[in-house]
Write a protein that binds this ligand. Sequence first.
Ligand code: SF4
Length: 208
Amino acid sequence: MDTKESICLFCPLGCDIAFRVRGDEVVGPEFCGPAESHAGRVCGRGLYGTELLNHPKRIATPLVRVDGRLRETSSEAAFAKTAGGLRKVLETAGPDAIAVVTEPNRSLEDLRAVGRLARAIGTTEVFCAFEPQDWPLLTGKPDAGVSAIVEASCVLAIGNVFMSHPVLAKEIIEAKYTARGNSLFVVGPRRSNTAWYASSLLQNTAGT
Ligand code: SF4
């Protein structure tokens, strides 16, 4: 059995992760030694998501709908069909008739590709069904990176970050307690476990 190091692709943090590998099969997760990213910490998605790699229902081939039924096809044919459909809508109804929708469990590279696709189409209809702190990835604006959290004297967390990105909890707690006077402000509708550490909680009403 071998150990292979890789990067978790389940969210934009891209934690270092290692796998136990037998031949072509991933057998399970392995502690990732002296990892640079998040000191080897991974969340539940990274730890247990390895089971999905060998899941029998995992879609390994592009599918297109023909006469109401999904059929396997090549990547080239799937891209050509998608591009043809998008071009037809663009020509008849304009770019804002196309909405680009994404969700949180995407890698940094996936989100950047989604942003490039939206900009290439020219649509402003980008639906962000994920954490607000990941928004800069879609808009192409640079962010300060995870290491900047520890050096911050004031952290503003929106939502329950300890739940959505648990590997960041240590950095946020360190930032608050490294120096007297450091602050953690949390905005969210619930008294979450992130809010428990807050210097101040701005408790908004959901939907406002
Ligand atoms: S926070 Fe979890 S899901 Fe995101 S990259 Fe790290 S291990 Fe993967």
